[in-house]
Design a protein around this ligand. Structure first.
Ligand SMILES: *Cc1c(COP(=O)(O)O)cnc(C)c1O
Length: 363
């Protein structure tokens, strides 16, 4: 135990993930870095959740909801926007289930670039829409789904007039891989298993790239099994074919034809991991469980890998003593409607009297 009288160590000034991990990233001395000081998110040890699940392993949640726009998308966006500015782009564009547009809009504002975001009308969480509008992006809602939005963006990209900042932009993957570096730095080793949600599959591709690069550089002596989870109504990779009308309440992973499909398969195979699907009911259970047992409020997509972890423990796939990490990709406040709709409790309403309040508390 540290003595209570010890002088606290000064906190280093965190300059964002590009500067922290520059030697692993495609940047030069004079690259104009666009940053909101993203990264350096907490890795939270969760003993109560493990107890609730009933396993004997160490679980750490990488809480990516604490990035500047409240999702992991900022890791890729700092890199993509930096490279867009470096090459002199004027307009950036993305298709999004919400978080990519929030992040692109914020970093474009920071970089003074015009930003256009294309969203599936009616299927985007309120917080994410609020962000795109506030950061000043031109926001176009199509009467279609994410896959259709991405097809349009791909075609616009071919005109050469706009820079695509979806994860088909390879710089997004480069930025996102730094989450693996941080996890290894924070743990002092690589985990045995890494769980995460899979939508467009950019993130699972990026994490695997990051773990491999850290291993090859000699900073860690192993790499984890990558364990990806899709929602049952939106599980193209698990089912082995594109899904034309994907459905799930976890809108961030409501994607029927993932752009990084191959990258995901690669990660699963090379890491001896697996990909599976979980029902929306299991997602909602896990969504409530992690908030109530650990005080970690995430958006529904993040609960998919937690539901998957519960499934994996039941199936005996997680040996005792394992070190397990899971990415909580976005903050729960992104989707307050869903949270209030799912919460077990509603507010107790009463008159503004001491006795009424006391009665409700049971005092
Ligand atoms: C984008 C996103 C995902 C899916 O990540 P992919 O890289 O598309 O697989 C999962 N959760 C949240 C909160 C997201 O914003």
């Amino acid at each position: 135990m540290m003595s209570t009288t010890a002088t606290p160590e000064p906190i280093p000034y965190w300059r964002g993930l590009i500067r922290q991990y520059a030697s692993f990233l495609p940047v030069e001395e004079d690259t104009p870095i666009v940053s909101l000081h993203e990264g350096n998110t907490p890795l939270i040890h969760c003993e109560r959740l493990v107890k609730a699940i009933g396993g004997e392993f160490d679980l750490y949640l990488k809480f990516e909801g604490l990035n500047p726009t409240a999702s992991f998308k900022d890791r890729g966006m700092t890199m993509a926007m930096t490279k867009a500015v470096e090459k002199g782009a004027q307009v950036v564009i993305c298709a999004s289930t919400g978080n990519t547009s929030a992040s692109a809009a914020a970093y474009a504002a920071r970089a003074k670039l015009k930003c256009v975001v294309i969203l599936p009308d009616g299927n985007i969480a309120m917080g994410k829409l609020a962000q795109a509008l506030m950061y000043g992006a031109q926001t176009i809602a199509i009467r279609g789904n994410f896959d259709e939005a991405l097809n349009i963006v791909r075609e616009l990209g071919e005109t050469g007039k706009v820079e695509i900042v979806n994860s088909i932009n390879p710089f997004r993957i480069e930025g996102q891989k730094t989450a693996s570096f941080e996890i290894c730095d924070q743990l002092g080793r690589a985990p045995d298993f890494h769980f995460l949600p899979v939508g467009n599959a950019g993130n699972i591709t990026a994490y695997w790239k990051g773990y491999q690069e850290y291993h090859q550089s000699g900073r860690v002596s192993s790499t984890p099994a990558m364990c990806g989870y899709q929602a049952a109504g939106s599980a193209p990779i698990v089912d082995g074919h594109p899904v034309e009308s994907p459905e799930t309440l976890a809108t961030a992973i409501r994607i029927g034809n993932p752009a990084s499909w191959k990258g995901a398969l690669n990660a699963l195979e090379q890491s001896s991991g697996w990909i599976d699907k979980v029902t929306d009911e299991a997602i909602v259970e896990a969504y409530k469980l992690v908030a109530s047992t650990e005080g970690v409020f995430v958006e529904p997509a993040c609960a998919a890998p937690l539901a998957g972890l519960i499934q994996s423990v039941k199936a005996g796939r997680i040996p005792a003593g394992s070190v397990v990490t899971a990415t909580m990709t976005g903050h729960g406040l992104k989707d307050p409607d869903r949270a209030i709709g799912c919460a077990a409790q509603k507010p107790d309403v009463c008159e503004p009297h001491l006795e009424d309040v006391s009665r409700l508390i049971g005092l």
